[in-house]
Design a protein around this ligand. Structure first.
Ligand SMILES: CC(C)(COP(=O)(O)OP(=O)(O)OC[C@H]1O[C@@H](n2cnc3c(N)ncnc32)[C@H](O)[C@@H]1OP(=O)(O)O)[C@@H](O)C(=O)NCCC(=O)NCCS
Length: 203
């Protein structure tokens, strides 16, 4: 068996090699679930999205993926969903940039043209808990199953319903949606919140 030498005592080269070996132990980072390609999960969903190209209506598909968004694309999306009124005005751009770059689960739904039509962000330990921080669907694409699909995919990616309990703060209008997914109001959650909060809508 190789003799154990504390990492600090190794040469720079040996430390680099050790870091490299540790990195390959994970197929993907357990924290961000991203790999070099940025996309680790991609699934085509047959969706009954009725679109109109001016000549008539047709059905198209959408793709659910795990990918990092740029702040610009997310902010553009927020203008097309009612989720855009669920952030405080305080330091908006700076905090959205931090959110998209670091959140542990980042799921998107895109239509056939690649347009972002749904987003779910979540925090998970991939062992016990999933806290869904943000969920929104483009107003032109609601009631087509996309929100439900994003919730199910997030749960599955975090570890599945036998292991993972899901929590979130529900917007009042979305309560019936979450109830349809089988969620119930909890009375055992504690909070500490003294954040500054000036209402505003991303337009
Ligand atoms: C809430 C939201 C994410 C739902 O997404 P969606 O893609 O429209 O949801 P789905 O089509 O998957 O709906 C699943 C079921 O919930 C129902 N549902 C969806 N929104 C509903 C609502 N506001 N009230 C009642 N039922 C609703 C659907 O009819 C569907 O039922 P069905 O399976 O019997 O047809 C979307 O409306 C949205 O982005 N809202 C604005 C942002 C928001 O409030 N996000 C939640 C933050 S907590």
């Amino acid at each position: 068996m190789a003799k154990f030498i504390p990492k600090e005592k190794l040469s720079k080269k040996a430390q680099k090699e050790l870091n490299r070996q540790r990195r390959v132990t994970w197929g993907f980072s357990p924290v961000t679930k991203t790999v070099d390609s940025r996309k680790i999960y991609s699934r085509k969903q047959k969706a009954q999205i009725r679109e109109d190209d001016g000549l008539g209506t047709f059905l198209s598909e959408y793709t659910v993926s795990s990918e990092r968004l740029t702040p610009e694309e997310y902010i553009d999306f927020l203008k097309r969903t009612d989720l855009g009124s669920q952030y405080p005005k305080e330091r908006f751009g700076e905090r959205i940039a931090r959110l998209v770059n670091t959140v542990s689960l980042s799921l998107t739904a895109r239509n056939e043209d690649g347009l972002l039509i749904g987003v779910l962000f979540g925090l998970t330990d991939f062992a016990y808990w999933l806290y869904v921080t943000d969920l929104g669907v483009d107003r032109d694409y609601t009631h087509r199953g996309i929100g439900g699909q994003l919730m199910r995919t997030a749960h599955e990616l975090a570890g599945g319903e036998k292991d993972i309990a899901v929590y979130l703060i529900a917007n009042e209008n979305a309560v019936p949606f979450y109830e349809k997914l089988g969620m119930k109001k909890a009375d055992d959650v504690m909070q500490y919140s003294h954040v500054e909060w000036t209402d505003f809508t991303v337009e």
